[in-house]
Design a protein around this ligand. Structure first.
Ligand code: PEP
Ligand code: MN
Length: 336
């Protein structure tokens, strides 16, 4: 249930209202937005008589929430969540491009690629240190050394770093990582999500290969339930019957997620398509649909990449695509 308060309500009246609602054994979340003050009630609200809440002088409206996610719900939190990362913002009017290789492979590779994507206008650096590979015989990532190399690339370029966590046991290695990615395969690793809920770090939460938007938002809810409200949702394509692309980018997920939730939404056209030629059109379409950012694979030598070379852009093609991304973002009222 959410209780929307009238604009002229004062602090004392709000406190009194919170106290009264709490007496029904529910948790009351106070959200003071720029336009509205909202009380979000979490727990069993069946004992609360909606009419008696509406009858209070300071109440403008009361709504029952149907969705099982509360903290992630835009009804509870009408303003966009804006996440601060190293002096940059994700969400609101800001647009971010996170670029870099699928996997961190060597110092030379990550530094060269980081410099190239920065010169082209990327705002953050991606790179996998722990890699979720389908085959146990495929390259598994440089693990802890990969994180060290990302930190070296950050030192060199100033770009904040985004990298994937695969196990709870590795969490200490992520102490200096700016954004922790939860990959598609771990979207429903609930123990991992609970632990990340206790962290203050921004979490880039990717949609699972065959998960609904409600399941994605429930996974976000797991993180928020632990206290961490810094979540970036990521649409990266879902599995369909179409074999011409690696996955199918669910373009309607972008405006839907923006309506259902207040969290920023970024799109990964690289894993959605699996082929470089689709990265530009999918990127531009995503911006037109309201995305707050893109995460794009770029490699200094894609032909020899240890993972995902077929979908990785060269620095030159990334630079060309960035010019169009900037124009499209500006057209959509975003600042890159
Ligand atoms: C990745 O970002 O390299 C990755 C493995 O992504 P996903 O979890 O979306 O497959
Ligand atoms: Mn990849």
């Amino acid at each position: 249930m959410i209780v929307i308060l009238k604009q002229q309500t004062n602090g004392e009246q709000i406190d009194e209202m919170v106290k009264w609602l709490s007496s029904f054994d529910v948790k009351v979340n106070l959200v003071q937005g720029t336009q509205k003050t909202i009380l979000g009630l979490i727990g069993d609200t069946t004992k609360i008589d909606i009419e008696s809440v509406k009858a209070k002088d300071i109440v403008e409206n009361v709504q029952r929430i149907q969705e099982p996610y509360k903290n992630a719900n835009r009804k509870f939190h009408p303003d966009d969540t804006i996440i601060e990362v190293e002096g940059r913002q994700i969400g609101g009017n800001s647009f971010n491009v996170i670029a870099g290789p699928c996997s961190v492979e060597s110092e030379e590779q990550i530094i060269t690629t980081a410099k190239a994507v920065k010169n082209a206008g990327a705002t953050m650096l991606r790179g996998g240190a722990f890699k979720p590979r389908t085959s146990p015989y495929a390259f598994q990532g440089l693990r802890a050394d990969g994180i060290e190399l990302l930190l070296a690339a950050k030192k060199e370029t100033g770009l904040p770093i985004v990298t994937e966590i695969m196990s709870l046991s590795h969490i200490d290695l992520f102490a200096d990582v700016d954004i922790i990615q939860v990959g598609a395969r771990n979207m429903q690793n609930f123990e991992l999500l609970k632990e990340l809920g206790h962290s203050k770090k921004p979490i880039l939460l990717k949609r699972g290969l065959a998960n609904t938007l409600e399941e994605l938002l429930m996974s976000a809810e797991y993180i928020t339930a632990g206290g961490n409200q810094n979540i970036i949702l990521c649409e990266r394509g879902i599995r369909t019957f179409e074999p011409k692309t690696r996955n199918t980018l669910d373009i309607s997920a972008i405006p839907l997620l923006k309506q259902l939730s207040h969290f920023p939404v970024v799109v990964d056209p690289s894993h959605a398509a699996g082929i470089t030629t689709l990265v530009e059109p999918l990127s531009l379409a995503s911006i037109a649909c309201g995305a707050d950012g893109l995460i794009i694979e770029v490699h200094n030598d894609p032909k020899n990449a240890l993972s995902d070379g077929a979908q990785s852009l060269t620095p030159e093609s990334f630079e060309k695509i960035m010019a169009k991304i900037k124009a499209q973002a500006t057209f959509s009222g975003k600042v890159l």
